[in-house]
Design a protein around this ligand. Sequence first.
Ligand SMILES: CC(C)(COP(=O)(O)OP(=O)(O)OC[C@H]1O[C@@H](n2cnc3c(N)ncnc32)[C@H](O)[C@@H]1OP(=O)(O)O)[C@@H](O)C(=O)NCCC(=O)NCCS
Length: 179
Amino acid sequence: MLRGEKVRLRPIEREDLPRFVRWFGDPEVRRHLSFYLPPSLAQEERWFERLQERLARNEDLVLAIETLEGVHIGNIGLHRINWKDRNAELGIAIGEKEYWDQGYGTDAIRTLLRVAFEEMNLHRVQLRVDVDNLRGIRCYEKCGFRREGTLRDMVFREGAYRDQLIMSILRSEWEEQQR
Ligand SMILES: CC(C)(COP(=O)(O)OP(=O)(O)OC[C@H]1O[C@@H](n2cnc3c(N)ncnc32)[C@H](O)[C@@H]1OP(=O)(O)O)[C@@H](O)C(=O)NCCC(=O)NCCS
């Protein structure tokens, strides 16, 4: 169990899947996420089975975010882990909306970055975020991510193409923050 100041990160279990169906059934929660339709339990079960294979191959790391009181509020992960170039892509979703804007996302990311840099020996963590996801961008900047570039017309959502930002943090920048 990985512990931050406000959250714990733990492995995802099959029993968590009905919660994902509820979270991602909400258009407001999935608005800035990659899927545009509410998922079924069968789809989540298939995702879970495939995840086990990717976890076993060390290609991904996906963890549940729990409050210190034990409420499962979201998930966080490192994807496309590249062990040669030592980088990975961060993804996060807090599905329990009443927990937004209280610092849980920031603490979960800081906790995962500690694993990424201190345990996995990564050099760089990057992410993509919709330019109008101001909450997300603010959260990532608080964690030390820097804006690196714009992916023009990267996603089609609500009837229009929209830009995404690439943001990243290097290990040296993260170490600087720890001082
Ligand atoms: C994005 C997300 C991970 C952030 O987690 P969180 O726990 O809500 O974030 P935090 O409370 O740590 O930080 C959010 C910050 O954004 C600020 N914020 C919220 N709405 C904002 C807005 N419209 N404009 C600017 N800042 C805003 C908050 O005030 C807070 O900053 P502060 O601490 O300086 O006051 C979470 O809200 C989430 O999962 N949302 C839905 C899915 C999603 O967007 N995932 C990311 C896809 S890239």
